[in-house]
Write a protein that binds this ligand. Sequence first.
Ligand code: FAD
Length: 288
Amino acid sequence: MRIGDLLKEKETTISFEVFPPKADSSFEPVLKAVDELSALNPDYISVTYGAGGAGAFKNTVQVASHIQNELNTTALAHLTCVSNSYEDVAAIVKELKANNIENILALRGDIPKNDEMKKRDFSYAYELIDAIKEMGDFSIGCACYPEGHVEAANKQKDLDFLKEKVSHGCDFLITQMFFDNNVLYSFLYNALKKGIDKPVDAGVMPVTNIKQIEKIFALSGTSTLPPKFKAIVDKFGDKPQALKQAGIAYATDQIVDLVANGVSGIHVYVMNRADIARKIIENLSEIF
Ligand code: FAD
């Protein structure tokens, strides 16, 4: 199913995000995780795109194809463009089409460190949207950043560029993770004021181990941490099982508040941890 249509039609949706195996790693644990996630009946499962050119994309396609064709769950394939040529993108899009995948999350990707690329075919995600539209009929999603993208001069400029992505044909948006729901509510208000009226899936990350917390803040630019979240990390940071339980409870609470306040799409960054997704879904069994 086309995710743009699904998000417009359904009152509340929940989706999961997984990552494919690295180049030489086994598919087995990833496929086992997606089998278990699919059994929880999410509205879709998205598969991230690792750096490393068109070759690396094969793993994303393989996992997305398993979700779409063997599990009959709607798959969303992420695709980044900054390190790819137009021909690379064309080859990837062709493969997605051949695998019945109708949904692409069009991303720029992070600019590689020590970047030596002299001439790029793509500098921003809106150019990838244009290319995908030339290559086929997909429902195209894009990323958005409630706290502003790390490179953006300010949140208003970032919203101007988000509007540009929407005007180039993006059907739906998925947010970067955030831990303070007020940050999302303010973002949604400002986006609507700019005329950005596409469905927005709110990205929720269940934080269940301390290493993950350090990595998140280094990479994502997420920085607004409510006192309740900080207290959990302070108290349970060195007790892995307690932190896991508290992280699941925090994410559940966040989702309940989002849905109660009218947010209709929730995207959970489960990162291949089906046990955590299962606990969250059990906690929300009457909501989704
Ligand atoms: P863009 O929308 O192109 O924006 C990048 C920056 O440029 C922003 O600061 C923006 O304000 C600015 N900008 C945009 N347009 C213009 C313009 N016309 N002129 C000047 N400035 C402009 N990364 C991966 O490698 N693989 C993944 O699978 C992946 N999945 C993601 C999923 C989600 C939901 C999110 C939120 C992020 C994901 N990322 C992924 C990370 C993403 O690739 C990075 O955040 C990247 O730095 C920006 O990508 P973008 O598509 O948002 O870029």
